[in-house]
Design a protein around this ligand. Structure first.
Ligand SMILES: [Fe+2]
Ligand SMILES: [Fe+2]
Length: 313
């Protein structure tokens, strides 16, 4: 593609990888848990919060302060109006100052995403496209269906929000509902005291602006790469895949079991897929770099099976 200019991300993290590395510290793999249990330092005595790097804490402080109902509605208006078949929650669509929407194919979007440069340790940080391919290849190795493999490949494409100028805290981070009481299961929940919604009584009841059991499709989630990509690809993938994409960062929901009171039958039916996807996302990071050029033909075929040549971004 023509635009191979390198882009840095704005925010306290050395790169988006740093949030995901921190997630692996918070949710170690079953193999790591076994290993830690055998070591001299039992896992129960390890303090995730104390071990969290200052830049990750600062990232969560900013995330939790700025992800308000008004912010989420504004981002939905900005990014979702103009997508085929999308009408953002809240009715009216505000004019976007981003100009005409970008048209890109899936592979082109992967290459665009890959222009993000991380400042974190270059020896351990993978290029974005490598994380996408490692995730997809692990799913493929397990003999999963083709749509599942494709979901692994594309699940983080929403991170191109960074390339549209969004700060890190509006792209990554654990997602959770806004407009209702925050769960204790949200990481660094105390930073939410700085969120303006803390002063809105209607947003501080258990269900807030929602009805119990209304279904997550009717709930505003914090804005980030998951929700954005869901809307871009929603016409092309099976519902299982769409749940994985939309809720893969909703750790309070799929890991901690929070917000069950807002879920409906469809959420209960499809959340097992979100859980099935999560280990591939979290635990397939390896130092062995995938051969992007060799894998590309297989994935181009797979993309063409489900997607048109270009999508609106
Ligand atoms: Fe992600
Ligand atoms: Fe990911």
């Amino acid at each position: 593609m023509a635009d191979l200019e390198r882009h840095n991300v704005t925010g306290p993290l050395g790169g988006l990888d740093e949030w995901e590395d921190d997630l692996r510290r918070r949710y170690p793999s079953p193999a790591e848990v076994l290993e830690a249990d055998k070591s001299s330092m039992p896992r129960a005595f390890r303090d995730y919060r104390a071990e969290t790097r200052p830049q990750v804490k600062e990232f969560y402080r900013l995330h939790h302060r700025h992800q308000t109902v008004d912010f989420v509605r504004a981002k939905r208006d900005e990014y979702l109006s103009g997508l085929p078949g999308c009408s953002p929650a809240g009715g009216e669509t505000a004019a976007t100052d981003r100009g005409p929407r970008r048209q890109m194919g899936i592979w082109e979007a992967l290459e665009f995403l890959n222009t993000l440069v991380d400042d974190s340790d270059p020896d351990t940080s993978l290029a974005q496209i490598e994380h996408c391919l490692q995730t997809a290849e692990a799913i493929r190795d397990d003999g999963r269906p083709r749509w599942f493999i494709l979901t692994g490949l594309i699940h983080d494409l929403g991170k191109i929000l960074c390339l549209f100028g969004e700060p890190q805290w509006a792209v990554v981070g654990d997602t959770f509902p806004v407009g209702c009481a925050w769960s204790d299961a949200i990481v660094f929940q105390e930073f939410l005291a700085e969120n303006a919604d803390a002063g809105v009584p209607d947003y501080q009841t258990r269900c807030g602006i929602y009805a119990a059991g209304c279904g997550l499709d009717n709930v505003l989630m914090t804005w980030g790469h998951d929700e954005y990509l869901y809307h871009v690809v929603r016409d092309y993938l099976p519902r299982e895949a769409l749940y994985m994409i939309r809720y893969h960062s909703f750790y309070p929901g799929h890991r901690e079991g929070a917000y069950a009171h807002l879920m409906n039958d469809a959420d209960r039916q499809y959340f097992p897929w979100v859980k099935a996807f999560s280990p591939y996302d979290l635990y397939t990071k390896s130092a062995e770099r995938p051969d992007v050029a060799a894998l590309r033909p297989y994935y181009e075929d797979l993309v063409a099976e489900f997607f048109p040549p270009t999508l609106v971004w």
